[in-house]
Each structure stands twice: as C-alpha cells, then as structure tokens.
Design a protein around this ligand. Structure first.
Ligand SMILES: Nc1ncnc2c1ncn2[C@@H]1O[C@H](COP(=O)(O)OP(=O)(O)OP(=O)(O)O)[C@@H](O)[C@H]1O
Length: 278
C-alpha cells in the first residue's frame, strides 16, 4: 500500500502538473477538443488546465474519486453548467472545430448535437412513442411518417424495439428501470446527435439491466462518440476504448483503457484503479 492510500483527500499528495497521454486515436480524428479548460464555481476552482480530445466513434470513460470533476467536465461539453450562478470558465472547448463557448453559439442547437443520459432514467409522463419522438416534435416536426420512422430507428438503436413495439402507446412510466434508461437513450439518439454524454447511466440499475446498457454502448460504438462518467471501474474497463483519470480537478492520465487498468503510467492512477483510494 502506498503513502497516499486511504488518506483523506486534503492529506493526499498534490497531483502532477503534467497530464500523461497514451490514448487510442480514431482514424476519423477527434470530435471534441478541450484546450487549457478551467472552471470555477464562484471562487472555488473545480477544473484545472484540462487538455484532451474525444475521438470520433470511440467510447471514452471519465473516472476518478468523488468530487474530482468528472460530471463538471461532462456538463461543460454541452454547456449544461451555464445556468449555475457564479460559474466562470477559461480556455476552449470545440466541437468539430467550432468554439462552443464562442459568441453567438446557439446553445439549444449545440445540445441537440450532444444527447445526454443521466444517472436516473427520466422518461416523461407520456407514451413510449411520444417520449422517443419528443425532440422532433420540439423542432416542429409533425409528419407522421417521419415520426414513425424515427421512433422505430431510435428504439432499434437502443435495443428496445422488440420489447416495446406492440405497446408504443402505453405509458413509459410502466417500463422497468432498465427499459426506461434504454428509452432515454432512444430519445437521445432520435435527434441523431454526434455525441452521447452519459453521466453514470447504470448507477440506478440492477446488474442485468446494467449488462444490457453496456451491450448497447458496445453496439452504439462507431455510430456515435460516447463519453461516459462511471464509478464502476469494471464497467469502464468493459465498455471504453480510452479512459481519462481525473483527480482533484486535474486530468492525470488519458490513455488506452486496457493500459490504464493493467499498466497505468502514473502512480495516482495505479492507486485509484487498484482500489487504494476512491
Ligand atoms: N453546482 C455546484 N456548485 C458549487 N460547487 C459544485 C457544483 N457542482 C459541483 N461542485 C463542486 O465541484 C467539484 C467537482 O464536482 P463534480 O460533481 O464534477 O465531481 P465528480 O467527480 O463528478 O463527483 P461524483 O463522482 O461524486 O459525482 C466538487 O468539489 C463539487 O463539490
């Protein structure tokens, strides 16, 4: 056991200033580039000098101890943090080269390019069908054929079609928790986003429902760029191509998932993935 093991966060050694990189690149390059990104909640700095790229079509896991800034980083990618009082940022995040915090950015349009799935499934109190096509209706699409086709495509895409095709008009609230989460993924992919952001999508699910979501993530790989925050290191190991290990608001190591879990290059990553602190 190392010196940093089981220490209170305030007593742990300072993280290294430089990030160690050995991530897998996609033949199609990156979708999102984060450069020298910093974020403060009021006077409290939550992210320090984050530099990383999210590779197109790959699955990236964000891991690290509670409070290290994983969700803050995820929510910065689609400007979900915007409404928080006292929030300030520095640095740049681009999606396909467009500065998402630049002047004149249409935040609603930006969020459509990035579907979001939350910890707890959040279906609306309406039918399964209406849940899936909700984003299209918000866009004013009323053509029944387009709505029907999108509903089937999204439900097939979220591995739910065969389970629900005969009860599309029934309330989504009657589905199991795992089905509800796959429905939320269907709703997220209905508007054909480029990126899927998932904030601990399995934390409220049992192991069987979790396994189905993990299978689904595997099927969605390649079609979407997926970024998943997870506390479950086995899950990160199973589903992701690259893993970003964060600690005290900094990106410590960003690398190929297999290497992060079997031969991490930074001692703090090793201590975390072997369960010495968390
Ligand atoms: N709305 C907020 N206002 C003020 N501080 C916040 C807010 N949200 C998060 N923080 C702080 O920012 C830091 C990073 O929090 P964040 O939720 O991003 O961490 P996390 O790694 O996702 O944690 P967890 O794994 O527990 O969800 C923490 O110190 C947290 O207390």
């Amino acid at each position: 056991m190392t010196d940093s093991a089981m220490l209170e966060p305030s007593a742990r050694p300072a993280p290294p200033q430089e990030t160690t990189y050995h991530f897998v690149t996609s033949p199609e390059g990156s979708v999102i580039d984060v450069s020298d990104f910093k974020l403060w909640y009021g006077s409290s700095q939550a992210l320090y000098d984050i530099n990383l790229t999210f590779q197109r079509g790959l699955v990236t896991a964000l891991i690290g101890p509670s409070g290290c800034g994983k969700s803050t980083l995820l929510r910065s990618l689609n400007r979900m943090n915007d409404l928080i009082d006292g929030l300030s940022i520095d640095g740049q995040i681009t999606i396909n080269g467009q500065d998402i915090y630049g002047p004149g950015v249409d935040v609603i349009a930006l969020r459509k390019r990035m579907g979001m799935v939350f910890q707890k499934p959040n279906p609306f109190a309406m039918s399964i069908y209406d849940n899936v096509v909700y984003p299209l209706r918000v866009d004013g699409i009323t053509d029944r054929r387009i709505l029907d086709e999108t509903c089937e495509r999204a439900l097939r895409g979220s591995a739910l079609w065969d389970e629900v095709k005969d009860r599309l008009k029934e309330s989504a609230l009657g589905m199991s928790g795992g089905q509800q989460q796959r429905l939320c993924i269907a709703r997220a992919i209905a508007s054909d986003p480029e990126v899927l952001l998932m904030d601990e999508p399995c934390s409220a699910l049992d192991p069987i429902a979790t396994a189905k979501i993990e299978e689904l993530i595997d099927e969605l790989r390649g079609h979407y760029t997926i970024i998943i925050v997870t506390h479950n290191m086995q899950q990160a190991g199973r589903v992701s191509d690259n893993t970003a290990f964060m600690y005290l608001g900094r990106l410590i190591e960003y690398g190929k998932t297999e290497t992060i879990f079997t031969a991490p290059k930074v001692p703090q990553t090793r201590d975390y993935v072997t369960g010495r602190f968390g």
